[in-house]
Design a binder for this molecule. Sequence first.
Ligand code: GLP
Length: 241
Amino acid sequence: MKIYTATDFKDMSRKAANIISAQIILNEKSVLGLATGSSPIGVYQQLIEWYKKGDVDFSSVTTINLDEYVGLAPDDPHSYRYFMKKYFFSHINIHESNTYLPNGLQKSQEFECMRYECIIRNNGGIDMQLLGLGHNGHIGFNEPNAAFEADTHCVTLSQDTREANKRFFDTIDDVPRQAYTMGIKTIMQARRIVVIVSGESKAEIVKRSFFGSITPDVPASVLQLHNNVTLVGDKAALSLI
Ligand code: GLP
């Protein structure tokens, strides 16, 4: 595992954006696995800035997001589709038809999970997966004790995760109870993984994930078994390792 220490959130975002733009420059048809949450917002801002300067071109890039809330329409301001549009897609020259997220409105879970795995496969797999890290070690929405062998599936969100994500909603009751997420196996099949972490509140889980035992209790700990992981964190998040 490679570890890059950044001074702060902005520096972390810039370093991770550098890695992603290098990936796109080396392969203009890259398939990027993307994430939501607060951590990647700075990365997207930096990539937008470089796109506007003409330094990076998304016209042949495909993106496949990690997850989506069940029950939310794509134009619902709380959906991850909306988030991606707002913070990234609407500012760059990516083709909307090359951007994939699970369909939160699909009632048949079995159909949606199979459809999503097919999308990943038909695009040749994910070249580079960007990941944030939940405070309980979740990646995507793979909560503690998720099976390592799971591919895309529907999960019931833990109370901790709903609490952590309620900042994006009016009240905790508005936070959906379920989500579609790529599974641990899907994530592990990405050819390269870039994890971004920022802030002191992530320090303990960073230590447990990357230097603790490999256990489903801490879903991100499975990343220790991947042969191409890059951790980009600010000093505060890396302070315990
Ligand atoms: C959500 C997302 C995850 C993300 C996590 C951490 O639960 N589904 O993909 O990694 O939040 O979020 P943040 O970056 O805001 O700490």
